[in-house]
Each structure stands twice: as structure tokens, then as C-alpha cells.
Design a protein around this ligand. Structure first.
Ligand SMILES: [Zn+2]
Length: 215
């Protein structure tokens, strides 16, 4: 889990002005735009107001799911460079018959995953299929993975997560104030930070890192 709320700390913190993080969404067949909008509304109503960090759907398109095992799915997604209009790449996948069988064999099941290297690319299972999913609903799974997209890890309390979100937001403000994007002739980007990686200020850094990784 991402952690319990640390209410006293949350109340003390100033997250500054609202930011919007743009997601390019690739949905597998059977997951509608309406369903996707409900997932995002879940974040924006429940979590975004705490951190002034809103998640938006910049684009929505149908994604053909090629791989059955989760590592394969994640790798497929990581091959998509972050487009100029987006900050993150999210796939919403639905279950197929194979997954249902897989679920019933009691193998560990993953309901979503975000790549450790940049924490910018990930997937969420957006539709119920197997019994194992009774453990975590797609709606909860979506919120969980969104925290990973904002560079939060697993913990008992969300304290480190608050600091992380604040750091990303502060960097965003600093780069914008110094006209960092204009100076380098690139489109604005909401910063990201991989596990044990520096903060990525430009999407070009992320795309370059992933390209090298997947070589
Ligand atoms: Zn997790």
C-alpha cells in the first residue's frame, strides 16, 4: 500500500498552486472513455485536492494488448515515447479468458504496475475478471498506481509521498519561472522521478532513458 494518511503533516504542508498532469491513455478494447473518465474523477475528487495535483486525460486511444504476462505488458507500454502533449503514459487493460485462468491458479496477480526507472509508464487493470480482484477493485488499483506515477513508493505512512509530490511541484515551478522549457525549445513537462533516479525535468530525458534501456 502507499500508506496511511499523516493528517497532522498534511495539514501543515503547503503544496502551492494547482498543477495538472496530462496522461496519454491507451485503453484495451472493452474499456470505454466514460469508464476512464470515472477513474480520473476518482483521483481528482478524492486525492487531488489534498496536493493540488490534478490528473487529466490528454488523449484517449485504443491499445492492442499483445502480451499476457505483466512484465510484457509493461515493456510494451515503455516502448511508447511520451508524446509532447502528455506527461505520463497509462494503459488501461481489461481481462481476457487467459487472465481468468491465470487468476484461478493462485499465482501472484498484479493489478497494475508503473516502471521503476522513470515512473512515467504503467498500466492498470481497468475491468474485473478474476476472483483475485476482489482483493482490490480497479478503482482502488487506479488510485494506487497514480501515486506511483507521482513517484510515491510503498510505506506505512504517506509522509515521504507528500514530500515527493511537493518536490516535483516545486521543481515544476522553478523550471517554469526560469523559462527552462522555452530556453531549451521543448514543451513543458510535469517532472517525474524514477526509483533511485534523479528528477527528470524534460520528457526528452525520460524518452532517452527508456530508449537506452530497451535497446
Ligand atoms: Zn504499488
Amino acid at each position: 500500500m502507499i500508506g496511511f494518511e499523516n493528517r497532522a503533516m498534511l495539514e501543515r504542508m503547503d503544496f502551492g498552486k494547482p498543477n495538472e498532469v496530462q496522461f496519454c491513455v491507451y485503453a484495451s478494447e472493452g474499456i470505454s472513455k466514460e469508464r476512464t473518465e470515472k477513474f480520473f474523477a476518482g483521483w481528482n475528487e478524492k486525492e487531488a485536492t489534498k496536493y493540488q495535483l490534478y490528473a487529466r486525460i490528454a488523449s484517449f486511444q485504443i491499445y492492442e494488448r499483445k502480451n499476457f504476462f505483466h512484465s510484457g505488458i509493461l515493456k510494451n507500454i515503455m516502448e511508447i515515447p511520451i508524446p509532447d502533449e502528455c506527461d505520463r503514459v497509462l494503459a488501461l487493460i481489461s481481462r481476457n479468458v487467459g487472465d481468468v485462468i491465470w487468476g484461478l491458479t493462485a499465482l501472484p496477480e498484479v493489478l497494475g504496475e508503473v516502471n521503476d526507472e522513470t515512473l512515467t509508464h504503467g498500466f492498470v487493470v481497468g475491468k474485473m475478471g478474476s476472483l483475485n480482484q476482489l482483493l482490490m477493485s480497479p478503482r482502488k488499483g487506479f488510485l494506487h498506481e497514480l501515486f506511483h506515477f507521482f513517484s510515491c513508493g510503498h510505506a506505512i505512512l504517506k509522509s515521504d509521498c507528500y514530500q515527493m509530490i511537493k518536490s516535483l511541484k516545486d521543481v515544476a515551478v522553478q523550471v517554469r519561472e526560469q523559462n527552462g522549457y522555452e530556453r531549451f525549445g521543448v514543451k513543458p513537462y510535469f517532472p517525474s522521478k524514477g526509483v533511485n533516479a534523479p528528477i527528470f525535468i524534460f520528457r526528452e530525458q525520460v524518452n532517452g532513458t527508456l530508449k537506452n534501456l530497451l535497446k
